[in-house]
Design a protein around this ligand. Structure first.
Ligand SMILES: [Zn+2]
Length: 300
């Protein structure tokens, strides 16, 4: 695959953008940690449940991702590292709050600020907890390596969830460097028969756009097709990107589900090539053999 044919983020960012992403992520994460540990009676179980860490991680990732987008950060490396640091800070503060709750129950009233600045105390309490464990579920009282394994899993879920979501938000749209704006929205042009992905990709890279016509419009009743989309800057119309995804529609057990696998992603097209593509798509769409309306709506 020739990387020059495809759009990639410029990697540019500003320190203000990174700092804002970090503060927004860690700040909201701190509020989340404080709220959960203080107001939810099942604070101890919160350190066991897989759903809460994943949700918390994804929420932090979303806040980091949207903030980075707002400040025009177009670097996946920055998105990943900012989300990692913000979620790690959140995790640390959630431990500070949790340890404060445990110490308060034991009659020691340390303020959160004192604990926040005292990692050795937090570490020491964590080690003490692992000796006998601190909570039980159905007669199971995890301690020792089992508790460490649970906490490690929790940390991976929080940080992993944040990283995946923040990266996705910064990666999902192209950025027009000329207009200094994100390209939003995808225009669906046509649906064609699914076939050899590599062959289609090579044809598209050679800009043989009329090949789409040769592949042909998807036939009625098919649950498997290639979807042709256009993404780009609507302001200058100078940045145009072709995307082709493999879509499978599965009405299994009465449910309609679909998923997409990229065949071509963010392939540069000139304005002339876009004009050719639109004509090809118009001819494809004018052709008969329209699938059922139900199927059509499932994709669009
Ligand atoms: Zn533009």
């Amino acid at each position: 695959m020739n990387s020059e044919l495809y759009y990639r983020h410029s990697g540019q960012f500003t320190p203000v953008g990174v700092l804002a992403g970090l503060l927004a992520g860690a700040g909201s994460g701190a509020l989340l940690a404080w709220g959960v540990e203080h107001f939810v009676d099942w604070a101890r179980e919160a350190h066991l449940s897989a759903i809460l860490p994943v949700t918390a991680g994804m929420a932090i990732g979303a806040i980091v991702g949207f903030t980075l987008r707002h400040f025009h950060v177009r670097s996946l490396w920055i998105a990943v590292s900012t989300a990692a640091v913000a979620s790690a800070l959140t995790l640390y503060l959630s431990w500070a709050v949790y340890v404060q709750v445990l110490l308060a129950r034991a009659g020691e009233q340390d303020t959160l600020a004192e604990l926040w600045l005292n990692p050795p105390v937090i570490w020491s309490v964590m080690q003490q907890i692992t000796v006998e464990g601190v909570w039980s579920v159905s007669r199971w009282r995890p301690a020792g390596w089992q508790l460490w394994a649970l906490w490690t899993t929790e940390a991976v879920l929080v940080c992993g969830g944040a990283i995946v979501v923040a990266r996705k938000l910064v990666d999902c749209d192209a950025f027009c460097e000329r207009c200094e704006r994100w390209c939003e929205g995808v225009e669906s042009l046509a649906r064609i028969n699914a076939g050899d992905r590599d062959a289609l990709r090579r044809r598209m890279e050679m800009k043989e756009l009329s090949h789409l016509e040769a592949v042909g419009r998807v036939v009625e009743g098919t649950r498997n097709w290639f979807r042709v989309d256009l993404h780009g800057c609507s302001q200058c119309q100078d940045l145009n990107l072709l995307a082709i995804a493999h879509v499978t529609w599965d009405p299994q057990q009465g449910k309609e589900t679909q998923w997409r696998t990229p065949v071509v992603r963010n392939l540069f097209l000139s304005q002339d090539e876009v004009r050719v593509l639109r004509k090809v798509a118009a001819r494809l769409n004018a052709a008969e053999a329209s699938p059922s309306g139900e199927l059509g709506r499932a994709v669009n």
